[in-house]
Design a binder for this molecule. Structure first.
Ligand code: HEC
Length: 153
């Protein structure tokens, strides 16, 4: 029994030594191994998906909206409509807010993250005329965080 364990151990050690020896002497193998580990990391780091958002970070991104939009308990309309429950609301759906007629004409659809991403990047293109809401220059990760924040309200 003790002998078998010793034998297993020495076989295992031998395998590990052989593998690291091959890795050290094969630049191609080292490159491939590095790529295998690096590619998923790069994919997640550079192109965050809409689902990756961090609501806490999104709260500070919302500071850019807060001059015109209110959220949370007791939120009302300001320069723009309040944004509570945005992703279950129809476009131009706050009854007591005076929307542009161009945005009201889009009222058939319910806001979702993709629609909002398109809208805030260029409200004028979205409604087809000059908008009262200025375009928001945000990085994709900031938009993802903002979406997570709005979804958390
Ligand atoms: C300078 C003021 C201003 C800022 C800053 C601003 N908005 Fe707006 N927003 C408006 C106005 C005004 C409207 C209404 C536009 C219309 O009626 O065409 C609007 C409309 C919207 C709507 C449509 C709401 C609905 O009920 O259909 C969304 C969504 C929105 N804004 C999101 C944002 C987000 C997110 C930010 C920050 C990244 C932001 N806005 C920053 C003024 C602003």
């Amino acid at each position: 029994m003790a002998y078998a364990r010793q034998l297993d151990g020495s076989v295992g050690t031998h395998n590990i030594a052989t593998r690291s020896h091959q890795a050290n002497t094969s630049p191609m193998r080292q490159l491939l191994t590095a790529l295998l580990f690096a590619l998923p990391a790069l994919g997640f780091g550079i192109t965050p998906t809409l689902a990756d958002g961090d609501a806490a970070a999104g709260a500070s991104v919302f500071n850019r909206c807060a001059a015109c939009h209110q959220v949370g308990a007791g939120a009302g309309n300001g320069v723009g409509p309040h944004l509570n429950g945005l992703f279950s609301r129809p476009i131009a759906g706050v009854p007591d807010y005076d929307y542009s007629s161009a945005l009201s004409q889009r009222a058939g659809a319910i806001w979702n993250p993709q629609l909002m991403t398109d809208y805030i990047a260029d409200p004028g293109s979205f409604i087809g005329e000059r908008s009262r809401m200025p375009a928001q220059r945000l990085r994709p990760d900031q938009v993802a965080n903002l979406i997570a924040y709005l979804q958390s309200l």
